[in-house]
Design a binder for this molecule. Structure first.
Ligand code: NAG
Ligand code: NAG
Ligand code: NAG
Ligand code: NAG
Ligand code: NAG
Ligand code: NAG
Ligand code: NAG
Length: 338
């Protein structure tokens, strides 16, 4: 087994696990704090303990509030359309728990999370329902840049895709995508995923989602804000992730989500004939936006997987080398004897 094959195994593992796992708990430092062990915290814990089952019971979207006056906690839980109930429940539970663990005394916090399908959990001291909230935001970008000579051509494909997606959001027929009768599909509103082939780079894959409680107009505003931010700060980058309380935006040059499993696009996507992106070309989750106090927990799975592979590869190679040495030794002995 050569070095090359080890590298390709590692790359395969990285591609299999990293691209779809997004998780960044964002604590809103501007919204206010509560004292530990207060009624506010107790109410937050109460919501946490039932949020996942409530989201499942309400077809993938649920908002809740518990308490009175300043101790009242509002919360929202949501899974992307098409998520299986089991995956949704796990995602919400994990997201909510991680949020409570990270945002210890901030009244407002949110997290977009998911290893297969996206989910969102938000807590706030103010009513969330139907309110467009743009800040705070978390932004991640691929460190790799497009080649300058390709930028113009690339932009025209990208912009066409964007227009198609944002106009498509309000007509929710296309987004009423249930892959199976058991999946959660009631809230297909304010959700769009799309693919477009682009010269040189293969495919552009884009996922956009707002919470379904805000209007289509507010949803467009939120997503346009993401697009503007991307164009302003990360125009030449090969992938961007933006997380806001009201909307999610991610585009890549590789397939990063199971959401692209059953993509029923009017233009059938032409899959890149090229190889999968190497680890170096993936959008790494590293903190970019200083407004965010949230930490990033994403690499654990990868680290464990890589460690397992490294250890097993190491063991196999060690064993082989030993065997080889033994064989060489015995042939030398043979020669000596002869
Ligand atoms: C919130 O927690 C931080 C760090 O844990 C602490 O420095 C700060 O004083 C706390 N604020 C309040 C109002 O309890
Ligand atoms: C939140 O709820 C989940 C599921 O009931 C539970 O496992 C977890 O411990 C809770 N988190 C906290 C901080 O209490
Ligand atoms: C969410 O909250 C709003 C206002 O508080 C309420 O009208 C609506 O029924 C709630 N939706 C769900 C799914 O709980
Ligand atoms: C979406 O699907 C649900 C269930 O299949 C159906 O009741 C609803 O009318 C559909 N909505 C649209 C806009 O097609
Ligand atoms: C994208 O990846 C998912 C697994 O993460 C896979 O199920 C799906 O078929 C892929 N989609 C495309 C278009 O390759
Ligand atoms: C990764 O990026 C490098 C540098 O731009 C490029 O040459 C290579 O083709 C890319 N690999 C893939 C698989 O996209
Ligand atoms: C992503 O992280 C990997 C491992 O740390 C690194 O080798 C690679 O260059 C990074 N890629 C980008 C695009 O920053």
């Amino acid at each position: 087994m050569g070095k090359k094959s080890i590298v390709s195994i590692l790359c395969f593992i990285l591609i299999s696990f990293t691209p779809i796992f997004v998780s960044a708990q964002t604590c809103d430092e501007a919204a206010g704090t509560f004292t530990p062990n207060s009624l506010y915290e107790k109410n937050r814990l109460l919501i946490n303990s039932t949020l996942a089952s409530n989201v499942i019971a309400h077809a993938g979207y649920f908002n809740d509030s518990i308490g009175q006056g300043p101790d009242r906690v509002y919360a929202l839980g949501m899974c992307a359309p098409g998520a299986e109930p089991q995956a949704c429940s796990y995602c919400i539970q994990d997201a909510s728990d991680s949020l409570l663990g990270k945002c210890l005394n901030q009244t407002d916090a949110f997290v977009w999370s998911g290893d297969e399908f996206l989910c969102l959990v938000r807590y706030s001291s103010k009513s969330l329902f139907g309110v467009l909230t743009l800040e705070p935001k978390a932004v991640f970008n691929n460190a790799m840049s497009l080649r300058e000579e390709n930028q113009k051509e690339f932009d025209s494909v990208w912009d066409g895709l964007k227009v198609r997606m944002i106009t498509g959001l309000s007509s929710s027929v296309r987004n009423n995508l249930s892959s199976s009768s058991s999946s959660l599909s009631l809230y297909g509103k304010n959700y769009a995923k799309d693919v477009a082939p682009v010269p040189v780079y293969g495919n552009i894959l884009v996922l956009m989602q707002c919470t379904p409680d805000i209007s289509s107009k507010d949803c467009s505003l939120c997503l346009e804000a993401n697009v503007d931010y991307y164009k302003k700060w990360f125009h030449r980058k090969r992938g961007v992730i933006m997380l806001r309380p009201s909307c999610f935006f991610r585009w890549e040059l590789y397939n990063f989500s199971a959401a692209f499993d059953h993509i029923n696009d009017p233009l059938p996507p032409i899959l890149p004939p090229s190889k999968s992106p190497s680890a170096a070309n993936l959008t790494n989750i590293t903190k970019k936006d200083k407004m965010v106090s949230g930490g990033i927990i994403a690499a654990t799975v990868v680290v464990i997987a890589v460690a397992i592979v490294l250890i097993s590869v190491g063991l196999v190679m060690f064993k082989r080398r030993k065997e080889k040495q033994d064989i060489q030794l015995s042939s030398e002995l043979l020669r000596l004897v002869v």
